[in-house]
Design a protein around this ligand. Structure first.
Ligand code: KG4
Ligand code: ZN
Length: 343
């Protein structure tokens, strides 16, 4: 089944052609991030205008790079939420129009479900192994799952405040580093000492797999306020320690989830933060294999994961795949994926 995926939930305009949920024939991403690099974050109205300018050329490029004509496409999968409403509307309107003109099925995909599916893109071993533990960490969400199929799972923990990527972005802004904060903090941290400064782990005494990242950002703010040496002298050490503070919490929850669910066969790391090398290094030596998306461009927002998610939704929940969902800034994941919520 050849699916055209479309993703426009934030500042990336993306389209991709994927066969059977794993063979990526094309994946095109046009990002407007350079215009937001020094704004400290995305300006929603500007992002939507850029989406409008890029949408048609990006779809065109995805089809031509795949060597596919629209008549060889079996369905269109599109992110219907959550995200920035103006940006989402550009993608869903494009998908709806193409589906209507060409008589194609449109499959609405939840953005997070797209991330959960990203490890299968171009996977060397594309055979799903469930149950697995999935850590999904991006700029908008941080969740840890026990998944028993593509579309069934138990949410073991979620963030109580900021998302992990948001902590990177806000920390970068405090340190005067450009947006998005994850890559800029990681780059600055390369020559720093991750143990130079201590950022205590949140929710330490609690029996929980939830996350909390607002405290670490506040610690950084006070640390910078009270610093007696010029920040430039210690910037790399502060960035490395801050990165370590975020990543050690993520790694701690993965370890606890594995301990609590010894039957799991794999750990999956997905979402923008899964691109982080320090996080990956903290998770070496686990008793089960760790699967990350095959390319860094499949960690961050892309349309190939949306096409793949559309395929698995169609395979496992054909009725859900037929539902025409409302484009929504706060779409609940439970619309598409059967979730047992945390206690
Ligand atoms: O999944 P994604 O592209 O978009 C959302 O769904 O939010 O994730 C973007 C987030 C941003 O917060 C960005 O700072 C973070 O992922 N990120 C990283 C890295 N690359 C992107 N965080 C840590 N290390 C990275 N290398
Ligand atoms: Zn995302």
């Amino acid at each position: 089944m050849r699916i055209l995926g479309i993703e426009t939930s934030c500042d990336e305009t993306a389209a991709a052609v994927v066969v059977d949920g794993c063979r990526v024939e094309s994946s095109v991403i046009s990002s407007s991030r350079e215009i937001f690099a020094h704004a400290g974050g995305v300006i929603p109205e500007d992002a939507a205008r850029r989406q409008m300018a890029f949408m048609i050329p990006v779809i065109h490029k995805a089809l031509t790079s795949a060597g596919a004509d629209i008549r060889q496409i079996d369905a269109i999968a599109v992110t219907h939420g959550p995200g920035l409403l103006g940006s989402l509307l550009v993608g869903t309107t494009a998908a709806r129009t193409m589906a209507s003109v060409h008589g194609l099925r449109m499959i609405c995909v939840h953005h997070t479900f797209g991330h959960l599916t990203s490890p299968w893109l171009d996977a060397v071993d594309p055979l799903p192994k469930f149950p697995c533990i999935t850590l999904s960490a991006s700029g908008g969400h941080t969740d840890i799952w026990l998944r028993t199929s593509h579309t069934e799972g138990k949410l073991l923990g979620t963030t109580r405040d900021d998302a992990a990527g948001e902590a990177f972005d806000k920390g970068a802004a405090l340190l005067g580093l450009p947006y998005p904060g994850g890559p800029s903090v990681a780059k600055t941290a390369e020559s720093g000492d991750p143990h130079a400064f201590d950022f205590p782990m949140a929710l330490r005494g609690e029996d929980t797999l939830d996350f909390s990242f607002s405290g670490i950002k506040t610690s950084l703010r006070y640390m910078l306020r009270d610093m007696t040496v010029p920040i430039a002298d210690v910037l790399c050490d502060v960035a490395a320690s801050y990165q370590h503070g975020i990543c050690k919490q993520l790694a701690d929850r993965v370890q606890k989830a594995i301990d609590a669910h010894p039957a799991c066969k794999e750990v999956h790391l997905v979402g923008g933060v899964s691109a982080n090398e320090h996080l990956r290094s903290l998770l070496t030596g686990l008793p089960i294999p760790v699967r990350t998306p095959a390319k860094l461009s499949y960690c961050t927002d892309n349309a190939a994961m949306i096409a793949a998610a559309g395929y698995f939704l169609h395979k496992e929940k054909p009725n859900e795949a037929l539902s025409d969902r409302k484009t929504s800034a706060s779409a609940p994941l439970s619309e598409a994926v059967s979730i047992v919520p945390p206690k």
